[in-house]
Design a protein around this ligand. Structure first.
Ligand code: ADP
Ligand code: MG
Length: 325
């Protein structure tokens, strides 16, 4: 089988929050806790979890915008954490990110042409004519017209701004795109259009995606595989069909039951998740999910559950499955 495009092993990231006079107090915040996964070329891995579970920290570590505290990241067989800053800058042409709020990533003083041309100017030697042809074709590719060359971000709707951000991200023909809640700030009707556009672009360009969301219903359409995160850890990982057919971790079950299902005959019982995500600065002992879990047992309060394969292609970290191999 082909090598995965991205292989992440035991990635951990601890922030240190300083407090007190002269910042003498230091509180560690474990935002990522030994996260491991792979993504094959041309596939989409969905990462789902509530706000604060470490999704954006993961995205920033993968692009080395943040230095992880431990672990390894192999991209196209290259050890990203061993690259020099210059080598990493070149590598970032092949790894792009689309953020939740497109306006925050678009300079308000630049027009559509400059926004899309900027990465080309920095990295590719092109004549003016080549550049404007390239910008025009990128705009059309993301479903806009050449008229958008003269528009500024404040003249764009949320969906249009996200399309400009996408054209910019695609300008240097990346292989891998991290989508960090790319539709969460958009109207529901626009969300579907952007998801469909992302799916079409993936097919046409052979892109590999890491799709981050707090909303499982979005993931169903775009992901091949799904990893569910809770307080900095992946607690369940399997194919997209399987996670909806047979969710095994009580957290995944709760997330699913709070997601509206398109099937009205579904008799899935609705579980309302009690409480909010505990702080990563002060995580519960044992299984971090235990204070909110409907199936909590004594050992959940003391022992961190090991990750187990309950099926060939289904991994879960939960004491309910301790007797599985
Ligand atoms: P998500 O994207 O899933 O909402 P984040 O990765 O943004 O989660 O945050 C994960 C945890 O790390 C949270 O507890 C958050 O408060 C903390 N955190 C994020 N960024 C910083 C930072 N720069 N300094 C300290 N703590 C941070
Ligand atoms: Mg985030």
């Amino acid at each position: 089988m082909a090598e995965p495009l991205l292989t992440v092993r035991d990635l951990s990231m601890t922030y240190v929050r300083r407090f007190g006079l002269f910042g003498r107090g230091a509180q560690p915040i474990r935002a990522l806790n030994e996260v491991s996964f792979e993504i094959n070329a041309g596939e989409t891995l969905g990462i789902v979890g509530e706000s604060g579970c470490g999704k954006s920290t993961l995205a920033r570590c993968l692009l080395r915008l943040l230095r992880p505290s431990a672990g390894s990241i192999l991209f196209d067989s290259m050890d990203l954490l061993a690259l020099s800053d210059d080598e990493m800058r070149l590598m970032r042409q092949r790894m792009q990110i689309l953020l939740q709020n497109p306006y925050s990533s678009l300079n308000p003083r630049m027009n559509g042409f400059d926004l899309v041309a900027e990465p080309l100017r920095a990295h590719a030697a092109m004549s003016r004519k080549e550049m404007s042809e390239r910008v025009a074709s990128l705009l059309v590719e993301v479903g806009l017209t050449v008229d958008f060359m003269s528009r500024h971000p404040h003249q764009l709707s949320g969906g249009q701004a996200q399309r400009i951000a996408l054209a910019r991200a695609l300008a240097l023909n990346p292989a891998f795109v991290i989508l960090d809640e790319p539709t969460s700030a958009l109207d529901v009707s626009v969300q579907a259009q952007i998801i469909n556009l992302l799916i079409r672009l993936q097919r046409q360009r052979g892109l590999t995606y890491l799709f981050i969301t707090h909303d499982l219903s979005v993931i169903q359409h775009i992901s091949d595989r799904v990893a569910v995160m809770y307080l900095g850890k992946i607690v369940e990982e399997t194919s997209s069909e399987e996670v909806f057919r047979d969710p095994q971790h009580p957290y995944t079950q709760a997330l699913l039951s709070s997601t509206p299902t398109p099937d009205p005959t579904s008799d899935r019982q609705r579980i309302i998740l009690p409480g909010t995500v505990p702080s990563a600065a002060n995580p519960p002992a044992g299984c971090a999910f235990h204070p909110r879990c409907a199936h909590v047992m004594d050992r959940c309060r003391r022992v961190v559950p090991a990750q187990r394969n309950t099926k060939a292609d289904h991994r879960v970290s939960c004491h309910l499955y301790d007797s599985a191999q």
